[in-house]
Design a protein around this ligand. Structure first.
Ligand code: HEC
Length: 114
C-alpha cells in the first residue's frame, strides 16, 4: 500500500517535471522557428503532415524523445544539430506543435449533418 503511494508520488513528480520541460517553450516563437528551419516543407505549415513528413501537431512524443529524434535521425528526415537548431528553439517548436487546436468533431459541424 505504502509502496503504491510512493510510486504514485514519483510518477506525479516525473509528470510535473516533463511538462515543465516543455512548458518553458513559447508557442509563438516556435511557429517562427518551425517556419525558419523549414520543418513545414515536409510536415506542413501546421505540422498537419504532408507528402514527405508525418503529422506533428499535438505529437504524443515526450519532448525528450522528439529532441532525440530530431538530433539523431538517419532516415528520410535530415538530422538538425544544436548548431543549426538550438534546444531553446526546439522547445519552442514543441510548444507550438502542442498548441495547435484539434479539429472540430465532424458530428458537431451542421453543414456535414443535414
Ligand atoms: C526533408 C523533409 C523533412 C524536414 C525538412 C523535416 N522533417 Fe521531420 N520528418 C520527415 C520524415 C520523412 C519523417 C519520418 C521519418 C522516419 O520516421 O524516419 C519525419 C519525422 C519527424 C518526427 C518524428 C515523428 C514521429 O511521430 O515519429 C519529428 C518529431 C520531426 N520529424 C520533427 C521535425 C522538425 C522539428 C523539423 C524542423 C526542424 C523537421 N522535422 C523537418 C521529414 C522532414
Amino acid at each position: 500500500m505504502r509502496m503504491t503511494k510512493i510510486i504514485t508520488a514519483a510518477a506525479i513528480s516525473l509528470l510535473a517535471l516533463s511538462s515543465a520541460a516543455y512548458a518553458a517553450g513559447d508557442a509563438k516563437k516556435g511557429k517562427v522557428a518551425f517556419e525558419k528551419n523549414g520543418c513545414w516543407q515536409c510536415h506542413g505549415y501546421q505540422g498537419q503532415g504532408g507528402v514527405a513528413g508525418p503529422v506533428l501537431q499535438r505529437t504524443q512524443l515526450p519532448y525528450e524523445a522528439l529532441n532525440n529524434f530530431v538530433r539523431e535521425t538517419s532516415g528520410a528526415m535530415p538530422p538538425f544539430s544544436k548548431k543549426i537548431l538550438s534546444d531553446g528553439d526546439l522547445e519552442d517548436i514543441y510548444a507550438y506543435l502542442q498548441s495547435i487546436p484539434a479539429p472540430a468533431d465532424p458530428k458537431t459541424i451542421k453543414l456535414l449533418n443535414p
